[in-house]
Design a protein around this ligand. Sequence first.
Ligand code: PLP
Length: 380
Amino acid sequence: MKIRYFDHSATTPVDKKVLEAMMPYFCEEYGNPSSIYSIGKKNKEIINIYRMKMANILGCKVNELYFTSCGSESDNMILKGIAFANKHKGNHIITSKIEHPAILNTCAFLEKFGFKISYINVDSNGIINLEELEKSINRNTILISIMFANNEIGTIQPIKEIGEIAKKHGIYFHTDSVQAVGTINIDVKKYNIGALSLSAHKFYGPKGMGAAYINENIPFIRVQDGGHQEKDKRAGTENVPGIVGMGTALELAISNIEENTKKIKELRDFYVSEISKRIKYIKLNGDMEKRLPGNANISFKGVDGSKLITELDKRGICASSGSACSAGLLNPSPVLLAIGLPTSLAKSGLRITFGKDNDLEETKYLIDSLEEIVEGLRYN
Ligand code: PLP
């Protein structure tokens, strides 16, 4: 069966050009970058070249970029590393209710070690309230961590303004940008960002490869002990093919950003307008303007989200419901609950995320399939 993939916020396929760039570093150029003979030293240089390329794109210094194993690790490294290194200044951290579990569960961990966390609300469009953010700052606040773009509803937060508030109060600002990097051209200085997490598999790079930008003036301690890699801040033999793949993927994403954005936004808008015309009792979740170009999150009243995914899968369509299924029970999406949806609608969300290789034919197939499936599933 032909697969039609509409789940690019979950992961993306590795771009063929990215794979090509990575290939030599598996079986030919396999030296350990810490070795002092030539094939090791050569790989150390390769790592530095790719660190420089990525730092240039992100607008940070080369010594401010650390390679990690994924977005979750970057989130952990930044939050724990900054929190523990700055505990003498204060124990209060501000985040939002709609963060990814990599942030929320790290915050829960920090709470066990005496940190106090404020989880600020979002409005019905999924955007944080800047006044509430500023009001929740107190003399113990050391860090604000607000995601750039949400993984379920795609909403984009007022990052520059948050950065300005943080700067005004002398607080560090981290943004989980896993969903944004590669789709939005981010310059950390322009946005007043002090620390940022990213993940290669969200922009056609390999899985298991991420990076953390941490401004050189922010004190932080390592959370992964071992050897002296990554300037003594993150132990572990570097993933040379992964670093080459991630750097190549980011360069490709940025150089094609306008063309890809236009294409996926057109498909997304076509999908939303057709679904709105053809299927009754739906709710479009999240702000339609301040949103990632490829994201459409729609609740279909009276339809069980997990059944919808299963039916789409039978037709070769990959999509996602925000709701996690645990022990056979469908939990409503915490993000959809946070924007004020009742439980029933929060259980009936469908996240479609378009990518650069989707086309109109498969989008029409998706729309036709959904029309039929929703009709059959309603209130069943
Ligand atoms: N943060 C956000 C917003 C995400 O969407 C994801 C993954 O979906 C992560 C963090 C975790 O990234 P990774 O899968 O690389 O661990």
